[in-house]
Write a protein that binds this ligand. Structure first.
Ligand code: SAM
Length: 232
């Protein structure tokens, strides 16, 4: 269970209403049951449920289980796509270890608003499920050009089909961390938009084979390649 408060042996700390619901209603746990609590600063600790009501819970923290460990800085910039697909991408990107999820608004995005709180809750649930100590930051959606202007990482790869782009597995040679993976919307990038993206000095166009993948497939498949090469 992710707890934002400082973790130390002997502390008693509150959880969230969602955690209370999950523990009591979904997992049928009760006071005294063992759980694990974590955050990226303090690592993971054994704990017991000290109190559990419908929408409130608290944990008594016991001994440390795992130290916090540095993770490779792998970022996803994903066009605003349909809600269910974006939810799925956020869950899978969390499992694959991304540090930041940046939704971007592109010319062909059919969605013009992204519920960041909802996506952050999905990321948190996925981090808990996959026993990851950190939770990716879900940034507020930005227009594509603004997200590129704000890029402060190393190499950014844009998922580009049908443009003779080099395969991602080759394009990553010499990449610099933090590495980013940028994926377009259901209808793809407009030609001029993609031209603007690849004109940035830190961007390389990369392909995932000759087939046209759904945006959500491209997001997760590219992250898997980058995680295999740059991750742990
Ligand atoms: N409308 C586009 C078309 O028909 O050519 C397809 C867009 S595709 C469904 C959505 C996004 O997934 C694209 O913008 C691209 O970022 C990514 N994508 C899809 N297939 C890809 C591939 N083979 N290699 C790299 N990226 C791909």
């Amino acid at each position: 269970l992710f707890l934002d408060a400082p973790l130390s042996e002997g502390a008693e700390l509150p959880g969230t209403p969602a955690q209370a619901h999950h523990l009591g209603t979904v997992l049928r746990r009760g006071p005294g049951d063992a759980v694990a609590v974590f955050n990226p600063r303090d690592g993971e600790f054994a704990a017991r449920i000290a109190a559990l009501r419908k929408d409130r819970c608290a944990f008594a923290v016991e001994g440390r289980l795992r130290d916090a460990a540095p993770e490779p800085d792998l970022r996803l910039l994903v066009a605003a796509i349909k809600r269910d697909a974006l939810d799925w991408v956020v869950e899978k990107a969390t499992e694959l270890g991304v540090s930041v999820i940046q939704p971007v608004l592109t010319r062909r995005s059919i969605v013009d608003r992204v519920n960041t709180d909802r996506l952050a809750a999905i990321a948190r649930g996925a981090a808990e499920q996959c026993e990851r100590l950190s939770v990716p930051r879900v940034a507020a959606a930005l227009p594509l050009h603004a997200a590129l202007d704000a890029w402060d990482g190393g190499s950014l790869f844009v998922a580009a089909e049908r443009r003779g782009a080099m395969p991602l597995r080759h394009a990553v040679a010499g990449a610099r961390l933090p590495v980013g993976w940028l994926v377009g919307p259901e209808g793809g990038f407009e030609t001029r938009e993609l031209d603007d993206v690849v004109s940035r000095p830190f961007v390389t166009a990369a392909a995932l084979g000759p087939r046209i993948l759904r945006a959500e497939t491209a997001a997760v498949a590219g992250l898997a390649v980058l995680q295999a090469l740059a991750g742990d």
